[in-house]
Design a binder for this molecule. Structure first.
Ligand code: MRU
Length: 329
């Protein structure tokens, strides 16, 4: 694996600073829970499974500092970003181990290994979906950077490429933070997978003109009825894919599924600062007194999903609720 979002060794969490990619490869070395919380909030590390693992290690660092209880550390780390369910799972796994007198660092290591294993399994399941020569569109970054290793949406594409099958990826640039052009394109470049970056507005054109065979994205939270939150703009891609009879897949580990959310309307959607929308590359793109709205995610109704690609196989949207009940037993 050429790309890794984070790693942990001897009391230090090492994070590849995703704000600086693709221009510079800078690694931050964090030893305090508060630094990890800031890194999640500022999107040094981002992507649902990756912030879950960072949250787990943030808990392990908090336990070493000696100034937190399991509950106060969990509160600090959980206050960073509201939408990705994985964050709360990662924090809770380590909080529970710590509160029970277990070893927080070992719990965080085990959580990381579980997520990496599930992403690899998603790759195996999803690789069967794409025929030789498939032209696949993706939105945002759901690669190794978003998940520690492998990715969710990108894991099947990595395997397909590794196995020598022909593949081409359309990469939505993903305004306003450009996770597509800055991060997905960078990962594909590192792996030698052919791709083109397109403006977000162009995805409909390429679907409508028969140049997209499938769409695959990740998710930040999936409700019991199969509605799911992902990067802003995902809803539009799903609607256009359906209008053009293009299969639309959502790849996610189990930590992204939220058994407590009955439907999409219950998923909290993060709203970020207006400066992300009102400037480009640090330069203003709107009149100086403009204000903006900046929802970071949207919720796509389950009816637009062809299948969820999970570590244990494909899941139709109507089967999510049953699968979650079976896993809880
Ligand atoms: O705001 P971000 O960059 O954290 O948003 C990330 C996404 O929306 C990803 O598509 C999602 O987390 C899936 S990552 C495997």
């Amino acid at each position: 694996m050429a790309v890794r979002a984070l790693w942990y060794s001897r009391g230090t969490l090492h994070l590849l600073d995703q704000r600086q990619l693709p221009r510079r490869r800078v690694v931050l070395h964090l030893r305090k829970a508060r630094e990890v919380a800031d890194a999640i909030r500022r999107m040094v590390v981002r992507g649902a499974p990756a912030i879950g693992v960072a949250g787990a290690y943030g808990m392990a660092l908090a336990a070493k500092e000696g100034r937190y209880t399991p509950a106060s550390a969990a509160k600090l780390l959980a206050s960073t970003r509201p939408t990705a369910h994985d964050l709360f799972v990662g924090i809770e796994v380590v909080r529970a181990a710590w509160a029970a007198g277990g070893e927080p660092e070992a719990a965080a290591d085990a959580y990381r290994a579980k997520i990496v294993g599930e992403c690899r399994a998603i790759g195996e399941v999803g690789a069967r979906l794409f025929a030789d020569g498939a032209r696949v569109l993706t939105h945002c970054n759901a690669g190794a950077l978003a998940t520690v290793e492998w990715g969710t949406a990108l894991a099947p594409l990595r395997l397909v490429h590794e196995r020598g099958q022909k593949l081409f990826v359309w990469v939505d640039e993903t305004r306003p933070v450009l996770q597509g052009s800055r991060l997905t394109a960078w990962e594909l470049e590192e792996e030698g997978i052919p791709y083109r970056v397109i403006a977000d507005n162009a995805a409909g054109h390429f679907m409508h003109t028969g140049q997209v065979d499938a769409v695959i994205v990740g998710a930040d939270r999936i409700a019991r009825n199969g509605d799911f939150a992902n990067k802003i703009g995902t809803y539009e891609k799903a609607v256009v894919a359906r209008a053009n009879r293009i299969p639309f897949y959502v790849a996610a580990p189990w930590s992204t599924f939220d058994p407590s959310a009955a439907r999409g309307a219950e998923i909290p959607v993060e709203e970020r600062g207006p400066e992300e929308v009102l400037a480009f590359g640090g330069r203003p793109t709107a009149p100086i007194r403009s204000t903006a709205r900046n929802p970071a995610f949207d919720v796509t109704p389950a009816r637009y999903v062809t299948a969820f690609v999970t570590p244990d196989g494909l899941l139709g949207p109507r089967a999510v609720s049953r699968a979650l009940r079976a896993r809880a037993r």
